[in-house]
Design a protein around this ligand. Structure first.
Ligand SMILES: [Fe+2]
Ligand SMILES: [Fe+2]
Length: 193
């Protein structure tokens, strides 16, 4: 039987994972900038901000479900997540990011959603589902840019937009409605390096 504790643990694990991803991508962005991969640096920066949205959404769900306030530092143990981040070349950083997004999309959120569904923890299910959909997009974008990098072509500088509700990322222009969360274009923000 699924107990509330499992949902709470899943939310906390989600928060830790998203927080680490946020910190990691910010460092990967700096590294890409140093290697003069401007577009990849901008993508990492945007996705870092997207993961921060997931942290906030999960935290909100956790606080509503438990009716308690949480100190994010107590959940994430920030020193440890800092130490576990390894920055390599931009190419390897992209591969690392693809592996992380794929794990979250295919495994982690899938099982979290299943748990939340069983007990009708709608708030948790909703937050996990929004994050899962965004992680799929993030993974695909990282794959696309890894291919471009490997092809040796110059990577054109284009606009990147972030949905501030769900962390979805869109290239070139913001859609009229976010395909992930259905919010209007006005909730998209263009991200600059
Ligand atoms: Fe992601
Ligand atoms: Fe969205």
């Amino acid at each position: 039987m699924i107990k509330i504790n499992i949902i709470i643990e899943n939310l906390k694990e989600g928060i830790r994972g998203e927080y680490t991803a946020k910190r990691k991508y910010a460092l990967f962005s700096e590294k890409a900038l140093k290697e003069n991969h401007l577009m990849i640096a901008k993508l990492f920066k945007t996705v870092s901000l997207a993961e921060e949205i997931h942290v906030k959404n999960h935290l909100r769900a956790l606080e509503k479900i438990t009716n308690k306030k949480f100190n994010i530092n107590h959940i994430v143990g920030s020193d440890e997540s800092e130490l576990s981040i390894k920055v390599s070349s931009t190419r390897d950083n992209l591969k690392d990011a693809i592996a992380g997004e794929t794990y979250e999309f295919k495994k982690m959120y899938k099982s979290f959603i299943k748990n939340a569904k069983k007990k009708d923890f709608y708030l948790a299910e909703f937050s996990f589902d929004l994050a899962r959909k965004a992680e799929k997009v993030h993974g695909e974008l990282f794959m696309k840019y890894l291919e471009l990098l490997d092809s040796g072509q110059t990577i054109d500088e284009i606009e990147i937009f972030l949905c501030k509700i769900c962390g979805n990322v869109e290239l070139n222009q913001a859609p009229l409605k976010c395909p992930n969360c259905d919010h209007d274009q006005q909730f998209f923000e263009e991200i600059f390096l």
